[in-house]
Structure formats: C-alpha cells, structure tokens
Design a protein around this ligand. Structure first.
Ligand code: SF4
Length: 324
C-alpha cells in the first residue's frame, strides 16, 4: 500500500465539557487513510465514532471541543483552518454522509435545487446549464433516473433518498468521504444495494472512504481495513482479512465471536457487561472490567495502540507482550 496518505489524523482529542469536568469522547486517536481505500470504524454507540466524524468535518458543536491533535489533508491541518477555508474544504476535499442524512434533505425543496445549492456555495462559476448537466450525471451515477431532479424528497423511497445523499457527498469530487452509518434505517436488501452504490462511486473517484457503523457483516464486505473503537480510543487497526481470521484485542475477539457464522454451528458469545460511562472510566485499560483475559497490569496501566506487525496495531498489554 502506498505510504502517501489521503488523510493523516494524529493524536486527535475531542472532549465534551460537563461543567468543570472533561469527558474525553475521542481520546488520542491516530490513524492513516490511504488514497482509494475504505477504512471501517466500528464500536458500540458512545465509543466516539460519530464525534470523530463530526470533528474531522469541524461540524461538532459545544459542549464538544477539539482539545488537541491534527488532521492533515492535502498538505494542511484541517483542524487549524479558519471558518471560511473549512467551508470551502468541506464537500470539495472532504465530505460527510451524516447519520440519518436522508432525513436532512429539505422536504419542501426540489432535489435539483438542493444539489445546485451545494455547488453554488463553492463558487465554481458554473453556468446553470453546466450545473443541470452535472446533477443529471450524478443522479445517473448513483442509479437514479434524471427525473428525480424535479422531485421533492417526500416523493422518494428511503433508498432513493440515501442515494441522493451519496450524490450530494460526491458533488464536488472530494478525495475523502466519511459515511456515518450510511445504511441505517434502511431494510436489509436496500442496505446492500445502497452500500454497493456507495462503494462504486468511491472507486470511480478513487476517493478514500471512512465507513462508520456497527454492522460487522457490511464491514466485512466493504472495508479494506477495520479500526475498532472502545470508550473513545482506537483499540485495534487491521486489514479486514486478518482482523476476522486472527483478531488480537480481546474486545475484537468478542465482537467476532458474537457474530453468527454460516459455516459453523456454535453458540454466540455475548460481550459481558456494558461499555463504561465516559464520565467514570475504569482505571488502566477501559475494557478491563469486561475482559476475559484481564491481568493485574490492566487495572493500572493504560495500554497504548502499538504496532505488532507490519500492518496491524492493537492497544492491549497481552498483545504487546506476545509481540515483543
Ligand atoms: Fe484485556 Fe488487559 Fe488487554 Fe485490556 S489490556 S484488553 S484488560 S488483556
């Protein structure tokens, strides 16, 4: 894989301020995203996935604050950009398909006007004819007929609305797309088709994509690499094949053993307990109260996300010891 990155996130920290108390929702997260690759980010709700996505777009709102770190895109740290520069960067270099995005379409504005607004906000100097042509092409790319441009969102099915959101996300051909739960609220068959469309347009653009979700099956089919988040931290990052065949972090192992397998009849393991409140994190490794492999060291020392093979990293004292 090329060492050039489409996006390089270093030591990102995002906190919610609850009065005097700092709640670390994204805690020292570092990862690379390579051109053309799809990085899945999974984790239970409250693990920091959506906060991470919003912070990268600088769409987070108080009481959430970026407390540190950088996100390098096209030679600039986007977290340091002024408001207007960030506005220009959004959609043209980095776009977001937000969670529940199909409900964010304005119900009383025709699709063509919502799409034209996104182009005009970036002052490309295109004529009306050029904009109309581009919208028609984009709708075709996401598998919708051109006639959808003349329709209102309420006239479209959930799957069609989500395709419009995908078209909006690629309207200015960004090099990075962040898709936050892109298929939630759709039925299973439509989920697969929408995900296929998203993958196809990402490939055509050779954009890098972050897919956030919790459907491991969907991740297995779409992602090249997978990052697992737990209580605000990344705890394992791995190519998708080795993640499923040889998960290293005990939390990843439990996530996989909780999945049904078509080949093997076995009892599904439930992950004991629940994710801790970010207000009261356990000492040491935040996973230790739920971890079947816990040792004394885990209760005192926070494990760092360390490389244990060329392409794999995990934050677990046991993995670290085995690797060394
Ligand atoms: Fe389990 Fe310890 Fe590894 Fe945390 S550091 S995942 S508690 S073994």
């Amino acid at each position: 894989m090329s060492q050039d990155t489409a996006l390089q996130v270093n030591n990102l920290r995002v906190s919610y301020m609850a009065g005097e108390q700092e709640v670390k929702a994204v805690d020292d997260v570092t990862f690379s995203l390579y051109p053309g690759e799809r990085l899945g980010i999974v984790g239970e709700s409250g693990s920091g996935k959506t906060t991470l996505a919003l912070a990268l777009m600088k769409l987070h709102k108080p009481p959430a604050y970026i407390m540190g770190g950088e996100a390098m895109l096209d030679g600039s740290d986007i977290l340091a950009l002024e408001r207007e520069d960030m506005r220009q960067t959004r959609w043209s270099k980095l776009s977001l398909i937000p969670q529940g995005s199909m409900n964010s379409l304005n119900p009383v504005v025709k699709i063509k006007h919502q799409m034209a607004d996104a182009i005009e906000a970036h002052e490309r100097g295109w004529t009306r004819v050029q904009i109309a042509k581009h919208i028609g092409e984009l709708l075709g790319r996401v598998g919708l007929p051109e006639s959808v441009a003349e329709m209102y969102p309420h006239e479209l099915s959930g799957g069609m609305k989500q395709r419009v959101c995908i078209a909006l996300a690629i309207i200015l051909e960004p090099s990075v797309i962040i898709a936050d739960e892109p298929t939630s609220a759709l039925d299973v068959v439509v989920q697969r088709v929408v995900m296929q469309t998203l993958n196809e347009v990402q490939e055509q653009l050779n954009a890098a994509m972050i897919i956030i979700g919790h459907d491991m099956g969907l991740m297995a089919q779409s992602a090249d690499r997978l990052a697992v988040m737990y209580a605000g931290k990344m705890v394992e990052v791995s190519p998708i094949g080795s993640f499923f065949s040889d998960p290293q972090h005990p939390y990843s192992q439990l996530l996989i053993s909780s999945l049904p397998s078509p080949e093997e009849k076995r009892e599904l393991a439930a992950i004991p307990g629940s994710q801790p409140s970010l207000l009261e994190l356990p000492t040491g490794c935040a996973f230790h109260p739920r971890c079947p492999a816990v040792v004394d060291r885990c209760r005192q020392e926070i494990p760092l996300l360390r490389r244990f093979s060329d392409e794999r990293r995990a934050a677990c004292h046991l993995v670290e010891e085995t690797a060394s």
